[in-house]
Structure formats: C-alpha cells, structure tokens
Design a protein. Structure first.
Length: 201
C-alpha cells in the first residue's frame, strides 16, 4: 500500500512530505503513516532537524474527512492526540512549510512545530464545528493570544498568509518558488548553530 506520509534524509535533515490525495486529509491512515515515519526518524541519531511539507502545493493538510464513520472518527482522534503530543515533545527542531490551505487538524500540526514558513497564497483556519486538540489550542493561544484564538476557532474563517504573519501564527512569508530552499537553509543554519553550541564557540 502506498504511504500517505513520505520522508527522505538530506544530511542531518529529515524532510517529511504529506501525500494523501486529493486534499491531504488528516485521517486515520494518514496519522498511522505519520506515526511510523516519526518512529523511523527518531531511531536515527544523525537527524538534527525535521522539515514538514506537502507534495500538493495547493493544500498543506485538511482536518475534515467526509467519508469517515463514527468508529473511524474515534480512532482518528486518539491517533491525532498521539501525533500532536509527539510533535510537541520532539527533541529536535521542527520547521513546517505551508503552501496552500492548512485547516483544522492540518493547521494544528503546523502550530505545534517550532517554526512555520508559508507561501504568500497560503490560507489558515479551523472548522467552527470541530474544536482543536488541547495541543493545538495551547499552541494557537501561545502564538496568537486568547482573543484571536477564539475568533479563529469559533468563527471558522480562513485568514491569508499576510494576516497569519501579522497575528504571529507563522514566522515568515516567501514566494512559493523559493519556499523549499528557504526551509532547507533555515534547517542548515539551525544545525550550524547547534554545532557551535556543542563546540563552545
């Protein structure tokens, strides 16, 4: 079976790519694959930074799965909580690269990463009828503040890249054509910084 979450090693960087067409739905299969990928990466001591991106430039990840049944939803919620906890407590820095739409659980995944960069055409938001997990909610409040967090989760409105930058849920905006290289450069800079700290320089 084809994986819905892929990854490759580039030096000390693990590059994860979401590949669950057509809309990168954060469903049970996706979360199981993501969990397995994290297992594989955490076994490698040489990995110093993780970059998370999407194979679909129009969609980073979405949280709603209209095809899921009640039993599937319960499994998904349990897995999502596990993934969010793992990402929030990873011992290595994480950089999330958002192109296109990040909504619901897709946005939560981005929020618990250490750094977020996005393309200028990106969009962010939550579904008004699906509350975020405790990890997603805490990350959103920490980044945007309580009032803005309530607005984003209660009203279910999407915000564009520039507004997302203004309210603090992303760190930087880049043209889509440059964003992958920018993420890798940031990752290499982090590795160099960590090496300086270790050497005491």
């Amino acid at each position: 079976m084809t994986r819905t979450v892929l990854w490759e090693k580039q030096g000390g960087i693990a590059v994860i790519r979401f590949a669950n067409p057509p809309i990168n739905c954060v469903n049970a299969l996706f979360l199981q694959d993501f969990d397995q990928v994290l297992d594989e990466i955490e076994k490698l001591e040489e990995i110093e930074v993780m970059v998370i991106a999407s194979t679909n430039t129009k969609i980073f990840a979405t949280g709603r799965d209209e095809r899921s049944q009640t039993a599937d939803t319960h499994i998904k919620q349990k897995l999502l909580k596990k993934i969010m906890e793992r990402l929030a407590n990873l011992p290595i820095p994480t950089i999330c690269v958002i192109t296109g739409t990040a909504i619901g659980a897709g946005l939560e995944i981005a929020l618990v990463c250490d750094l977020r960069i996005a393309s200028e055409c990106s969009r962010f938001g939550f579904y008004s009828d699906i509350p975020p997990t405790e990890y997603g909610k805490k990350a959103l409040i920490d980044l945007a503040g309580p009032a803005k967090a309530k607005e984003l989760t209660w009203l279910g409105q999407l915000v564009g890249g520039r507004e997302a930058l203004g309210i603090g849920i992303i760190n930087r905006l880049f043209p889509e054509s440059h964003i992958t290289n920018e993420a890798l450069e940031m990752a290499f800079s982090i590795i160099q910084y960590k090496q300086k700290i270790k050497s005491g320089k």
